[in-house]
Every structure is written in structure tokens, then in C-alpha cells.
Design a protein around this ligand. Structure first.
Ligand code: BGC
Length: 257
């Protein structure tokens, strides 16, 4: 039995729930607090601490971060306060909560959970997970092993970063029709397919719950494109799994562990 608190830091909210890492199920209902603005290390750590308190948690915790994370260190923070860059994320959250904390990229966490329990379960070969949310996150797998911190949301399309054209956030603020936005997503996926030739593309983020609005409009992709199965819980589940197994091999770790 490995119960771990999973915490998912996003651009608008910080979500958490205790997770059974063997079954991938949330043990109790998740809690969500607003992401403070500015989203500085102190302000976010306060919210993480609050969530740990809400659950009365004393065990291990896994935390996602929307940027490049190498060995617990934050290297980029495209959609949070820039003062995160260079911060020891694992040390920061560990100090704030008094817990043993593992930190990893948010899309990597979501991908790990989908590969183990969701839309990518049992898939071998190259699988690409893309989360379309505040930004665009990516997770790349080969035979269930993660290549961490791929950052494909920053690939340039028509002279602009992909996440500035095809994220869910851009669809909302620019009030794009589903048709227009789907066209942008299609162009982006076609580009990614040309670069990586995945056999499966998993689309995550909140918008994965409205997949009927855009997946049928995609054209000409060779890869199977499917919505994420765990939707908004994927980050929480993947964070908890990474705390037990490490991010890279978590999707393939034996269930007994
Ligand atoms: C960040 C990624 C993150 C993605 C989704 C991007 O702007 O660079 O690290 O995974 O947003 O949050």
C-alpha cells in the first residue's frame, strides 16, 4: 500500500488529493485553491502548505510544476512568476511542509498517469501526450519510459510559440470558435507528427473533456489521437507515482511496489 499526496500546480489553481499509487485512484475528494498572483515561490509554497494541512498529511508528497524541473530544481517558469527560475523546488516545498517532496514537470506527471492507468495503458512504441491548458505541456514516452522535460509547447508555428496559438487559454481569451481553434491544433499536431512519428497522441488538460468539439475536426494524422482518460486528475496521480517510483520509470513500475 503506497498512499502519497499528489499536488498539481497550475496557472489558475493548485489541486491536491491523496492517491493510492497502486490503483491510481484518489483516496478522498480533491481540494483546489486558487493560484496566488503573483505566483512567487513564497506565495505558492504557502498554498501547498495549506493543502498539506487540509489533508493532515504526514507522508510522502509529489508536486507538479509548470516548467522544466531537473533534479528538483526549477529551470523555467513560462506561466508563473520568473523568480522561480533557479529555485530548489523540492527543497522549498519540503521546507514549507516538513515533508519528503518530489517535484516534476506537470505534463510529465499527467503523461505518467495516463500511460499507467489511462489512455496510454499498455501502449508500446512512441507516445506523445500534449496538455492544452494555460500553456501547452508535453510528455514523450518510448515503451512506457519517459523522456522528461520535452517542452514541445514552445515549438514555433507561423512565427509564434505553439502555446500562444493553440492552448485552451488562447481559445478562451481570443474567443476562437471551436472550428478555428481545432484548425490550429491540427496544424500543431501535424507538425509534431512530422518531427516524432508517434503511434499515439493523447490530448490532456481540461479541454480533453470536450474532445467531441475538436477531435473530429482533425485531418490527415497517421497517429491515433485520443483524449486523456483521467482528465484533470492526471497531474495529481502522476505526481504521487513519481514520488514513489521516480518520474522516468513510473509508468512501467510494477504494481506491487
Ligand atoms: C511550460 C511547460 C509546462 C506547460 C504546461 C509551458 O509553458 O514551459 O513546462 O508543462 O506550460 O503547463
Amino acid at each position: 500500500m503506497a498512499h502519497v499526496l499528489g499536488i498539481d500546480i497550475g496557472g489558475s489553481g493548485v489541486k491536491a488529493a491523496p492517491v493510492d499509487t497502486v490503483t491510481g485512484q484518489l483516496i478522498t475528494e480533491r481540494q483546489k485553491l486558487a493560484t496566488p498572483q503573483p505566483a512567487t515561490p513564497d506565495a505558492i509554497s504557502e498554498v501547498v502548505k495549506e493543502l498539506v494541512k487540509l489533508f493532515g498529511w504526514t507522508g510522502k508528497a509529489g508536486v507538479t510544476f509548470p516548467g522544466v524541473v531537473i533534479g528538483g530544481m526549477i529551470r523555467t517558469a513560462a506561466n508563473l512568476d520568473q523568480s522561480w527560475i533557479g529555485v530548489d523546488g523540492a527543497g522549498e516545498f519540503g521546507q514549507a511542509t516538513g515533508l519528503d517532496v518530489t517535484v516534476l514537470n506537470d505534463a510529465d506527471a499527467a503523461g505518467v498517469a495516463e500511460m499507467r492507468f489511462g489512455a496510454g495503458k499498455g501502449e508500446v512504441g512512441v507516445v506523445l501526450m500534449l496538455t492544452l491548458g494555460t500553456g501547452i505541456g508535453s510528455a514523450l514516452f518510448i515503451d512506457g519510459i519517459l523522456v522528461p522535460n520535452t517542452e514541445f509547447g514552445h515549438i514555433e508555428i507561423r512565427g509564434k510559440e505553439a502555446e500562444k496559438r493553440a492552448s485552451e487559454h488562447v481559445r478562451e481569451i481570443d474567443e476562437l470558435s471551436w472550428g478555428k481553434w481545432a484548425g490550429r491544433v491540427d496544424e500543431y499536431l501535424t507538425h509534431m507528427e512530422a518531427l516524432l512519428s508517434p503511434n499515439l497522441i493523447i490530448i490532456g488538460g481540461g479541454v480533453s473533456q470536450k474532445s467531441e468539439k475538436f477531435l473530429p475536426r482533425l485531418t490527415g494524422l497517421q497517429a491515433k489521437v485520443v483524449p486523456a482518460a483521467l482528465h484533470n486528475d492526471a497531474g495529481i496521480v502522476g505526481a504521487a507515482m513519481a514520488a514513489v517510483h521516480g518520474a522516468v520509470g513510473a509508468a512501467r513500475a510494477p504494481a506491487e511496489q
